[in-house]
Design a protein around this ligand. Sequence first.
Ligand code: RRO
Length: 314
Amino acid sequence: MQPQMTAQIGNFTFKHLFLNASGVYCRTKQNLDDLLDNQATGGIVTKSATLRSRKGNPNPRYHSILNGAGSINSMGLPNYGLQYYLDYLLSKSFDKPTILSVAGTSFDENIELLKQIQDSDYQGMTELNLSCPNVVGKPQIAYDFETTNKILTEVFKFFKKPIGVKLPPYFDLNHFDQIAKILNQFPLDHVNSINSVGNGLWIDIETESVVIKPKKGFGGIGGKMVLPTGLANVRALRERLKPSIKMIGTGGITSGKDVFAYLLCGADLVSVGTQLGIESPKIFNRLESELAAIMVEKGYTSVNEFRGKLKSLE
Ligand code: RRO
C-alpha cells in the first residue's frame, strides 16, 4: 500500500507534498497549467508578482553551475503583474491549493499588493516574498528585522486571508531567534524557507568573466549545494515557530532522500526550484516514488510518524 504523504496548512489539504519553488516553471499560465496537470504536484506557487508587469534584469541572468549541482540567478523579478496571476487564479476552479506569491519592491508596494488581494475574490493562499535578492538597489527585507516587523504589523491590520512569508537563509542562531520572535506575533499560516542564498558569484575561468550580466555577476545561489543551508533553516525555524505556523522546506532537493531529510527537520511540504528547472514537473513523480520507497523500507505508513522527529546525537 502507498504510504500516506499529505499535509495540512490552515484549511488547505495537500494530497501530495510537492510544490514548485516560486520563480521556477510558474511565470506563465501555461507553466502553471503544466504544474497542475502533474499528478504528484501538491499545489502550485506563482512567480512572485509586483503591481505592474516587469521585464526583469538583462540577460544572461541565469546560469547552471558545477554540472547542475547549483544555479546562480539574478532574474530581477520578471513577472506579468498581479492582475495576470489573479485573473488566472480566478479563471477556473482548482483541485489543488494555490499559492499567490507577491514581492513588492517597496514597503508601500507590498501593502498595495496585499490590499488588492484582500479586496479580490481570491480565496487561496498568499505568500509574501520578503527575500528577493536581485532587485538592483533593494535590500532583502527579511534581513532587516525592524522593517519586517513593521510590514507585518501593517499587513495584519487589514489582511484577513491565509498568508505566509518566504524567507532568505539565515546563518546565525541569534538571527533565527530574532526572526522567529517577530513571526510568532502574527497569525501567519506558513513560512517558506529558504529563498536562494543571495549574492553568490560564479566565474568562467576560460573567459575570466562572471557568468550573469546583472549586478556585476552577483546572484542568488540555488540547487544541491544549498541543501545543508535549507535543512538548517527549516530545522532551526521549526524549533522556534509556534505550531500553527506550518513550514514549506525549499532548497537543494534532488532526491527522495532530500525530501525525507526536510520532513525530519519538520517541513510540512517541500518545494523544488533548480532541479525542477532541469527535469520539468515530472520530477515530482520521481521524488514521490523515491520517498515512498524509503518509507516502505523503514516501515513508515505515514509522514506524520517521522515529521519533525530529527534525532540529535546527545
Ligand atoms: O526574480 C528573481 O530574481 C528572484 C526572486 Br523574486 C527571488 O525571490 N529569488 C530569486 O532567487 N530570484
